[in-house]
Design a protein around this ligand. Structure first.
Ligand SMILES: Cc1cc2nc3c(=O)[nH]c(=O)nc-3n(C[C@H](O)[C@H](O)[C@H](O)COP(=O)(O)O)c2cc1C
Length: 216
């Protein structure tokens, strides 16, 4: 984002925060990241630009922007800890793992940080298609099936899919607004990836999503 757009976004944000009062202060820093990252694009413009892209430039997504994207995806947007995407019964059962060249990380929404889980580059292992490993970032959405709402296994699976879908669409819209490329993917060898990631039996891989700069 250029400086002018950033100042514009920051100004709009400051006006908004002024009306929030003291109770909004804790959430303010979280909100700031998301507002700046959207680059002043309207929801209308983002919806018009939303699409899947499978060709990525050989260029990393810098960490501040990745944290903005993750905030948009499933960040904390209210002082009570609720998030930018809904979840059935507010169970918040979806974790976002982030595979980059320098390792695999877990998104910590409450601290707006990435916690390293692995040092290895696991990007190519997050999907079965050739382009997957060329994206600088691959998100892996993992459901905690012990937490997800639902009376039957089938209901829990549907709900985990729905809750993930909201997050994935947030990523699509952030990417469309910020000029990044993305594609959601179920083409995953989930058994192999779960083993590589050392997931517990209650953790289920629902979806993956590439993110990067579009190839010119
Ligand atoms: C649940 C889901 C799974 C998908 N899985 C894959 C996939 O494994 N590989 C892939 O290249 N695209 C995948 N896609 C992307 C779709 O192919 C894409 O959304 C569709 O072709 C429409 O294109 P658009 O997103 O540009 O509108 C998936 C999309 C969704 C919603």
């Amino acid at each position: 984002m250029d400086r002018r757009k950033f100042l514009c976004a920051a100004g709009t944000l400051a006006a908004g925060l002024a009306g929030m009062g003291a109770a909004g202060v804790a959430a303010a820093a979280t909100v700031k990241e998301g507002a700046a990252g959207l680059g002043g694009k309207t929801l209308d413009a983002a919806l018009r630009a939303r699409k899947s892209q499978r060709e990525y430039a050989d260029k990393p997504v810098d960490e501040p922007q990745l944290l903005e994207l993750l905030w948009a995806a499933f960040g904390v947007n209210r002082p009570d800890g609720r998030r930018t995407a809904p979840s059935a019964l507010n169970r918040q059962e979806i974790s976002i793992y982030v595979a980059r060249k320098d390792g695999m990380f877990l998104y910590d929404a409450h601290n707006r940080a990435l916690t390293r889980k692995f040092k290895a580059d696991l990007r190519a292992r997050t999907g079965v298609q050739g382009y997957v490993g060329t994206a600088p970032v691959n998100l892996v959405y993992v459901a905690d099936m012990d937490r997800v709402a639902g009376g039957t296994e089938e209901a829990r699976l549907v709900t985990a899919g729905l809750d993930t879908g909201f997050i994935s669409q947030n990523v699509y819209l952030y990417c469309a607004a910020a000029g990044l490329a993305t594609v959601a993917r179920t083409g995953i060898d989930t058994q192999a990836l779960a083993k590589t990631m050392g997931l517990a039996p209650n953790q289920r891989i629902v979806l993956a999503q590439c993110v990067g700069h579009p190839k010119e």
